[in-house]
Design a protein around this ligand. Structure first.
Ligand code: FAD
Length: 501
């Protein structure tokens, strides 16, 4: 076979086989390689392993005779079996490890990356005009909006404001158990899923592979048709309610109005441009309010794009950033997603969501899971690996900046202006999780002291010197001096250690 094009498992949409500049020759034969070694290296959530394999196999079924689908131990072996020593093209992979692999192989030509809004050259140009301290999301997001004429009216942001975040941080409506949003799209499993499940069972029995979490009915799209149905369902029925309560956490309504599109975007099944264009069109048609459309566009054209480019921009050493010197290992209950071991209701609820589905929205990730780990001083690299393994949408490029930078502040503020962590009061304000909990968010000492509240103050205390010099954290750090019960609080934190709270 000559001139074949190789598709990685997260390059599954039409953009990855499109002809044209930097694209794939029309009708070029295609190669896909399912590597079992990937699943031996890490203990993945089983629903994630299922989704990845199901998506690859669905794509292969769609492409029919055009694709040679190889099941191999490693990519190297699979490629040799598929094409021998013939030349191959591949679009730029999404991880440094995969990029190093394709660059090390003879006869592989790397084409530009797909699946993002700006090219790496465009980002480099923008970054060159912004010294390190100016590489902020807000600056970048405005640049993308202008560059793509996205939600713009002439040179001005649609509606006159760039940022409607202020409208999108509402607490839950009083007494609400759910937001009553229209249900999200859920796929129906088929024979391909049944085959995946059999293979995973077999690997677990005899292939040296083990998983965490529940592999219940598949919840996320595995093919282009399913992904488009999910996007349509979101824009037509759920986008309108996306904005205002974006940050809320409700025990009985983990999804709220979130799009659930991250796994489809990260598998390459959806293109970010089609997502943001449809959201803008819905707003222009008067079907959704601007705060919802802008909030969603900000997530994709802002955050997702920003994170992708920072992954490459910050370099390999970013992975080991650890300015706070956090080295404690993750406890076994956390690693195993053992929600039953946990009494604190917010943490057990969120861990259970992850165990059951491999997904939670951004606030449980940031302000419950990430915040808890940050307060305890857990190793940011181990935590990054845990997030990567445990979430259906986790890939190296997206986890590294989100965990190392955004959630653990291990990069000392290259990505965010302050560490994101809080006491129980924030969780109480934004959720219904604290009411029946045995811990009290306002309590700092004694058996009912909320672990997030004690963890918050003890984190500020441990990093007092650094945080006093940050304008955004100096005030709470000074508050430490007014805590008469600080010694007792620190003793309690010490005694509780890393036991499940
Ligand atoms: P929505 O809330 O509906 O948002 C729409 C889309 O915006 C998402 O589908 C996603 O593609 C994009 N998006 C929003 N925020 C981010 C972000 N910070 N980084 C990248 N994309 C973003 N997102 C992932 O896709 N994969 C991850 O592995 C991942 N890990 C995270 C880890 C931590 C600690 C934190 C704080 C955030 C992480 N995120 C990750 C971002 C965000 O939490 C998820 O994208 C979002 O919760 C997915 O649900 P959704 O599709 O319903 O998103």
């Amino acid at each position: 076979m000559t001139g074949a094009h190789w598709l990685f498992g997260d390059q599954l949409g039409p953009a990855f086989i499109a002809p044209g500049e930097g694209g794939v020759p029309r009708d070029a034969p295609l190669v896909m390689i399912e590597s079992q070694a990937v699943f031996r290296r890490r203990r993945f959530h089983r629903a994630k392993a299922h989704l990845m394999l199901s998506a690859m196999r669905h794509r292969a079924a769609e492409l029919g005779d055009r694709v040679v689908y190889v099941k191999a131990d490693t990519y190297r072996e699979g490629l040799r079996r598929a094409v021998g020593s013939s030349p191959v093209t591949v679009h730029h992979p999404t991880s440094r490890a995969a990029a190093a692999l394709v660059n090390s192989l003879d006869g592989v030509t790397v084409l530009p990356a797909r699946g993002f809004l700006l090219t790496q050259e465009e980002f480099a140009q923008w970054a060159a005009g912004h010294p390190e301290g100016g590489l902020r999301l807000e600056n970048f997001y405005r640049h993308v909006r202008r560059r793509l004429d996205l939600l713009m009216d002439g040179g001005e942001p649609a509606g006159g404001r760039w940022n409607l975040d202020h409208d999108n941080r509402e607490p839950p409506p009083p007494g609400a158990r759910t937001l009553d949003a229209p249900a999200p799209y859920r796929p129906r499993e088929d024979d391909i899923d049944a085959g995946v499940r059999e293979d995973l069972d077999r690997w677990e029995r005899s292939g040296g592979v083990s998983f965490v979490g529940r592999d219940g009915p598949r919840l996320f799209p595995a093919g282009r048709r399913e992904a488009l149905a999910a996007l349509r369902r979101f824009v037509d029925h759920r986008l309108a309610g996306f904005g205002a309560h974006e940050d809320v956490m409700l025990a009985a309504d983990p999804v709220l109005s979130h799009s659930l599109l991250s796994s489809s975007l990260n598998l390459g099944l959806l293109d970010p441009a089609e997502c943001v264009e449809r959201a803008e069109a819905a707003w222009r048609a008067g079907a959704v309010p601007l705060n919802s459309a802008e909030g969603f566009v900000r997530q994709i054209a802002g955050w997702r794009e920003y994170v992708w480019h920072l992954y490459w921009h910050f370099g390999e050493e970013y992975r080991t950033s650890n300015v706070l010197g956090h080295t404690r290992p993750l406890p076994a209950w956390w690693d195993a997603l053992d929600a039953d071991a946990v009494t604190a209701r917010c943490l057990s609820t969120v861990l259970r969501q992850v165990g059951d589905t491999g997904w939670t929205h951004h606030i449980p990730r940031l302000m419950v899971l990430g915040s808890y780990a940050l307060q305890r001083g857990w190793d940011p690299a181990a935590l990054t690996d845990w997030f990567h393994r445990s979430f259906v949408d986790g890939y190296d490029w997206v986890m590294l900046p989100n965990v190392v930078g955004m959630s653990q502040y291990a990069d000392g503020g290259r990505m965010t202006t302050k560490p994101y962590t809080s006491g129980g009061a924030y969780i109480d304000r934004m959720s219904d999780l604290c009411g029946p909990c045995r811990y009290r968010p306002g309590s700092r000492s004694g058996a009912d002291a909320c672990p997030f509240t004690t963890g918050y103050w003890s984190f500020l205390h441990r990093h007092r010197d650094r945080l006093l010099h940050n304008a955004r954290t100096a005030m709470p750090v000074r508050g430490l001096d007014r805590l008469a019960d600080l010694p007792e609080l620190l003793r309690l934190e010490h005694d509780r250690g890393d036991a499940a709270p």
